[in-house]
Design a binder for this molecule. Structure first.
Ligand code: ASP
Ligand code: MG
Length: 406
């Protein structure tokens, strides 16, 4: 007998009809003799609606009360799904995070799970029940309700799978898996059968919004086999797992991109110890996250320093940098907020040379100018002008044969 944790996102439980369809699916799996724990999100749009209500009362809602409010979305769906299962003659029992005892720290609206008590769930499973658990929520040491951050139901599911030592954690969503790139940009994008945790983290943090990043980190840490699949169509989805020999054949697993970048350069900075800190210190103090950083080699006694930030932080970062420029006696600040980052991701890179040169050759053939380059062990990122995004993604997709079956 296997134990599975299934998680259904907001669109999958967005209407009563869809909740009934989820119940059918769960019932079928349960009838095969497996133990099933289901984690659900709130109905789609519900969390936003609740936050909207709070904001009509308080511009900055009190975080403790906000958690009490927004955790109700998931309480609705666990109850409705359990009822739908009962209606199908399938025994089921719903629990809120607090009832299970998903213990978190006290950071309201972004709490982290500390411990999960599996006793109640185990007891219900033993009685042959499907257990339905509210995603996204827990309680702290003092029994205050907490939530795990937007998209947190993924993390609830993975954490439960780890605590229960489940055979697999299935994330049912509105896409049928993880793709080589965004199919809206490259229609030839292909669903991957497998991807490693590391690759998924790079893809997710680069804007492939299939899973909450934290849930992937969690799954990697506790070695939870994670599968992303569609709740609307049949199929085996994408398995996120540790590296295996058979995966070595693919050099590149996917192409991620990020449209939200902006670039700032400070030129003619004195080339002295402490300068990088003087430039980036005030940016960090303003809570602005910096992504890529490049410092040129100095030919006279000065150097140029370039970094990228999220477009939302662009104006603030520019104001700070302009002030730093005056303080350091640097030459000028230049900027560009019409840039994007395109990255190729793959564990195959570790053991193969020439991947970067293939990437650069491909972009050159399309006449695309590369403005910045950064690399990590399993990723190469370039910054290019915004207008080249689609062209760059498609050209790289073809160059690395991503449209061909594995
Ligand atoms: N309902 C929460 C949200 O919308 C949690 C989740 O869906 O995973 O962010
Ligand atoms: Mg989600």
């Amino acid at each position: 007998m296997a134990l599975y944790v299934y998680k259904f996102g907001g669109t999958s439980v967005g209407t009563v009809e869809r909740i009934k369809a989820v119940a059918e699916k769960v019932k079928k799996a349960h009838e095969l003799g497996d133990q099933i724990v289901v984690v659900v999100s709130a109905m789609s749009g519900e969390t936003n609606r609740l936050i909207g209500l709070a904001k009509q009362i308080q511009a900055q809602p009190t975080e403790r009360e906000l958690d009490v409010l927004i955790s109700t979305g998931e309480q609705v769906t666990v109850a409705l799904l359990s009822m739908a299962l009962h209606e199908l003659g399938c025994d089921a029992c719903s629990y809120t995070g607090g009832q299970v005892k998903i213990l978190t720290d006290s950071s309201h609206t972004k709490a982290r799970i500390r411990k999960i008590d599996d006793a109640r769930i185990r007891a219900s499973l033993k009685q042959g029940k499907v257990v339905v658990v509210a995603g996204f929520q827990g309680v702290d040491e003092d029994d205050n309700i907490t939530t795990l951050g937007r998209g947190g139901s993924d993390t609830t599911a993975v954490a439960l799978a780890a605590a229960l030592k489940a055979d697999e954690c299935h994330i049912y969503t509105d896409v049928d898996g993880v793709y080589t790139t965004d199919p809206r940009v490259e229609p030839k994008a292909r669903r991957l059968d497998r991807i490693t945790f590391e690759e998924m983290l790079e893809m997710a943090s680069l804007g492939s919004k299939v899973l909450q990043i934290r849930s992937v980190e969690f799954a990697g840490k506790y070695n939870v086999a994670l599968r992303v699949l569609s709740s609307f169509t049949e199929g085996c989805g994408t398995l996120i797992t540790y590296e295996e020999l058979s995966m070595e054949s693919a050099l590149i697993s996917g192409i991620a991109f990020n449209r939200d970048e902006a670039k700032l350069t400070i030129t003619g900075v004195p080339d002295l110890p402490g300068v990088a800190f003087k430039i980036l210190g005030p940016i960090a103090d303003a809570n602005i996250e910096v992504d890529m950083i490049i410092q040129n080699i100095a030919d006279d006694a000065t150097t140029d320093f370039t970094f990228t930030v999220h477009r939302n932080d662009f104006q603030r970062a520019k104001a700070i940098l302009t002030q730093t420029c005056a303080e350091l006696g640097a030459r000028a600040v230049t900027d560009d907020d019409r840039i994007v980052k395109v990255s190729i991701v793959g564990v195959g890179m570790r053991s193969h040379a020439g991947i970067a040169s293939t990437m650069f050759k491909t972009l050159a053939a399309e006449g695309i100018n590369i403005r910045m380059i950064a690399t990590s062990e399993i990723k190469i990122s370039v910054v290019v002008d915004e207008k080249y995004l689609e062209l760059a993604v498609r050209a790289l997709h073809a160059a690395f044969n991503l449209d061909k079956a594995e």
